[in-house]
Design a protein around this ligand. Sequence first.
Ligand SMILES: C=C1C[C@]23C[C@@]1(O)CC[C@H]2[C@@]12CC[C@H](O)[C@@](C)(C(=O)O1)[C@H]2[C@@H]3C(=O)O
Ligand SMILES: O=C(O)CCC(=O)C(=O)O
Ligand SMILES: [Fe+2]
Length: 330
Amino acid sequence: MVVLSQPAFDHVSLIEAYKPTTLFNGIPVVDLSDPSAKTLIVKACEEFGFFKVVNHGVPLEFLNTLEAQALKFFNMSQSQKDMAGPPDPFGYGNKRIGPNGDVGWIEYLLLNTNPEIISHKSIFILQENRENFRCAVNNYIKAVKNMTLQVLELMADGLGIEQRSVFSKMLKDERSDCCFRVNYYPPCPELQALNGENLIGFGEHTDPQIISVLRSNDTSGLQICLKDGTWVSVAPDQNSFFINVGDSLQVLTNGRFRSVKHRVLAGPKKSRLSMIYFGGPALSEKIAPIPSLLAEGQKSLYKEFTWCEYKMSAYKSRLADNRLSLFEKD
Ligand SMILES: C=C1C[C@]23C[C@@]1(O)CC[C@H]2[C@@]12CC[C@H](O)[C@@](C)(C(=O)O1)[C@H]2[C@@H]3C(=O)O
Ligand SMILES: O=C(O)CCC(=O)C(=O)O
Ligand SMILES: [Fe+2]
């Protein structure tokens, strides 16, 4: 074992000796132009709460432009970036995730997707480049949101729900509570000396919203937890999107879809850059199973709550907590 003394390695709390994970080649791939997409989506949400989307229709130019703009941001000096933080929860964050003491080997920008709030102070510190950045974020979010609405409609269709817009209308609502996150995991060269140990970039958690749509650069690091509790690595694919079922969708489907536990490990050589669109409903939206998904006599597994109540409770929790357990019926 190599023992590194302080200050050579002062991020000890982020080091974890996880069991080695294998690259999983069973991640479902859904081609949005394929007529069987709706069936595949439902199967993937039941089995994994996670799938990859190809033929998504989002111009690759939007992905690459935003990546370049985000790198410009993260390559600025630390003092400049600090002017855009600390997150409240929006803005620039460095190592601290959320308000309750969680940390990771990460820098990020968290933005509200409401177009007026995209003019958050974090964008203003970009000075002469802010219009380019704002435009790249807006183009990306608009296109990704459209694709997400399509996926949600296929989901409803695949579940046999008469009202195809049952999920998508929650995001279409002008009061919907969606946010956007750009995560940057810098390389950590000292990691090479720590044989077999892992550096936590973003600790294990489920996403509280309905759906999360992730795109990353070509650097690995994302892992998901399978039904049997095994953690597996997801091969990066910079031209595709990865969809996560969030806690709220698990409730809307009365547990038929599962919100996927996931985490990110940082690497020694390459930086990872990911962009995640989190689709949440209006604060007043009631989160309860869609009635037609309940078989006769079947009851909801969850107590009634609104997205506002769930979100407030989530923000009091630690990242790895099972946030839904507070809302499960006894
Ligand atoms: C530790 C926390 C960070 C988080 C809010 C929370 O209290 C628990 C949920 C976390 C999470 C996970 C998914 C998204 O990245 C996020 C923005 C969200 O909505 O819930 C984060 C929150 C955050 O980073 O503020
Ligand atoms: O950065 C990633 O790849 C995933 C991060 C994540 O899960 C999140 O921001 O909620
Ligand atoms: Fe997440």
